[in-house]
Design a protein around this ligand. Structure first.
Ligand SMILES: [Zn+2]
Length: 85
């Protein structure tokens, strides 16, 4: 039962991951923005927006978007080095 649900999540998660990779947003060049602009960071796994921070952020930038984070937490995200998180 759990294996079947896990497989369904894996199948759907992989399909959605492929979709996100195909439709990556055009990255914003943070260095080209006016001073004080919020900074946008992109998911290392799929390229979607992972985090938006104020220019002088204090806490670490999220490396994964929430969807990839969920897959990683379920050990379903392959090819992402744990050290990048
Ligand atoms: Zn992602």
């Amino acid at each position: 039962m759990v294996d079947r649900i896990r497989q369904q999540v894996l199948d759907k998660g992989e399909a959605q991951l492929a979709e996100r990779k195909t439709h990556r947003p055009t990255p914003i060049d943070n260095s080209a923005l006016p001073a004080g602009s919020p900074m946008t960071f992109y998911c290392v796994a799929c390229g979607a927006v992972a985090d938006i921070k104020p220019e002088e952020y204090l806490f670490p930038v999220r490396k994964l978007c929430s969807e990839c984070e969920g897959l990683a937490n379920l050990k379903l995200l392959r090819h992402v080095d744990e050290a990048q998180r």
